[in-house]
Design a protein around this ligand. Structure first.
Ligand code: GAP
Length: 449
């Protein structure tokens, strides 16, 4: 999506209070963003829809809220301590570290890095990359860098008190598998969903909220009988694409991982990609995690983790199909998709064509004339708020500017209180996308929602 300018979009979102640069008064913190009221409303709508589509609508999927900090053995068993690593090389000229796979991919994408040893990669980079990011190079040795954030639990800072912030929310579900199965009495296949923060000490966080070190995930772990995994994996790919359509995002593509690209736990993964202004990128992924996680937790904990089929008494460790979606990344794609600049006759307008299901406000109430109509407008505002409809109010400035402001934050409808409102119970309703206005009776408002 090269025709959209990322900086313009970021400035727009900052201007209207969707996002703020975090810690700005202290000079900011690299690639860290806070969400303002409109951003939160949008995120809540996305998360609520996910919960509805993946959990509420299924009679065999339930929720969980597990902790960010877990016993370290969880990360040993899951493979994150030994596998969640990036290989970095330092340019001693500027003291910066770079991911070796990024360097090689940029200089010679045909090289298969998986087939090379660290020494071979290091030698290749030293020989072929004499300049990097406009800087002369003096490369050091390749070092492995774990992406998990570390902190310490309790007053003593030593190896024994070291803990990690979770890099994915899925593990909280796996370690609770037996609790969940026993208390819910669900039969396989069944699923467990969770929404929560994840942390990764990314070497190169970038592209606004696309890749950050603190982010939120919506993950579903769907437990199935081995042998039925492939069918359900494909079903979930379709289900996730359907979810994106419900949110109003249509232009996405599938990318199946080849063996070299698979995470240490996955047998198969399909990414859903979106064409961001900075290039095509992974929006979310659906993986077949097999029995990798449950098996390893059983092994490391010494506890029995298995499922007994109540009809056949057959015992097995279920396979897991996992659709995993980054909330921030999905919000970014939705905002980019919605952002439009429309040339009008003597003017232009910026509009966020968000689907009305996720728009921060569904309605704005504006009095045509502050002096004459604001009292009644506030009455209508309160009626809508009491009905739990996300509504905003604006009485300042020209009516045209107020309409533009609502276009810019994606409000699908503006209700204008006019002279006829009090006597005839009529208002005008303005449609964001067409800018058409029509007169309707007050009690017809509900039908637009
Ligand atoms: N449990 C599986 C898992 O975490 P992943 O592909 O590493 O898989 C899933 O992450 C999704 O989480 C990604 O597709 C993306 O939407 C989001 N995500 C991952 N890392 C992120 C980051 N650093 N910043 C923002 N979102 C991220």
């Amino acid at each position: 999506m090269k025709n959209k300018n990322m900086n313009n979009i970021i400035n727009h979102l900052k201007k209207f209070g969707f996002v703020y640069q975090s810690s700005k008064i202290y000079g900011g913190l690299a690639n860290t963003w806070d969400y303002g009221h409109l951003g939160i409303l949008l995120i809540k709508n996305i998360k609520n829809l996910w919960w509805k589509e993946f959990i509420t609508k299924s009679n065999n999927v339930i929720g969980l809220e597990s902790k960010i900090i877990l016993n370290n053995k969880v990360w040993e068993a899951s493979g994150h301590i030994s596998n969640f690593l990036d290989s970095l090389i330092e340019n001693k000229v500027n003291g910066k570290r770079y991911r070796v796979d990024h360097i090689i991919k940029k200089i010679n994408p045909s090289i298969n890095i998986e087939k090379l040893s660290n020494l071979e990669i290091e030698t290749w980079i030293k020989k072929n990359v004499k300049k990097w990011e406009n800087e002369k190079t003096n490369w050091g040795k390749i070092k492995k860098f774990n992406l998990m954030f570390e902190t310490y639990q309790g007053p003593v800072v030593d190896l024994k008190s070291k803990v990690y912030l979770r890099p994915e929310i899925a593990q909280g579900i796996f370690i609770n598998f037996m609790n969940i199965q026993r208390t819910s009495r669900l039969k396989i296949p069944f699923g467990v969903g969770q929404i929560g923060k994840s942390f990764r000490n990314e070497v190169t966080p970038r592209n606004f909220i696309f890749r950050t070190r603190e982010f939120e995930q919506m993950e579903l772990e769907y437990f199935v009988k081995p042998g039925e995994d492939e069918k359900i994996y494909n079903e979930y790919i379709n289900k996730v694409e359907n979810f994106l359509k419900i949110l109003g995002l249509k232009n996405t593509t599938r990318k199946k991982h080849n063996n070299k690209e698979l995470a240490h736990y996955a047998k198969a993964t399909t990414d859903i990609e979106y064409d961001f202004p900075f290039g095509k990128g992974e929006l979310l992924g659906i993986s077949n995690r097999t029995d990798y996680d449950l098996k390893n937790h059983a092994k490391h904990s010494g506890k029995k983790i298995e499922y007994k089929d109540p009809n056949t008494n057959e015992k097995y460790i279920p396979y897991v199909i996992e659709p995993s979606i980054g909330v921030d990344r999905l919000m970014l794609a939705l905002l980019i998709d919605a952002y439009k600049i429309e040339e009008l006759k003597n003017d232009k307008r910026i509009i966020l064509k968000l689907d009305k299901k996720i728009a921060p406000y569904k309605i704005a109430v504006v009095p045509l004339n502050k002096k004459n109509h604001s009292k009644f407008a506030k009455k209508i505002l309160n009626i809508l708020l009491n009905k739990n409809i996300s509504t905003t109010y604006d009485e300042n400035g020209s009516i045209g500017r107020r309409y533009r402001r609502q276009d810019a934050i994606g409000t699908p409808y503006v209700i204008t209180i006019i002279d006829k409102t009090k006597k005839e119970k009529k208002v005008t309703i303005r449609h964001r996308d067409t800018m058409k206005q029509e007169e309707i009776f007050l009690d017809e408002i509900d039908k637009y929602l």
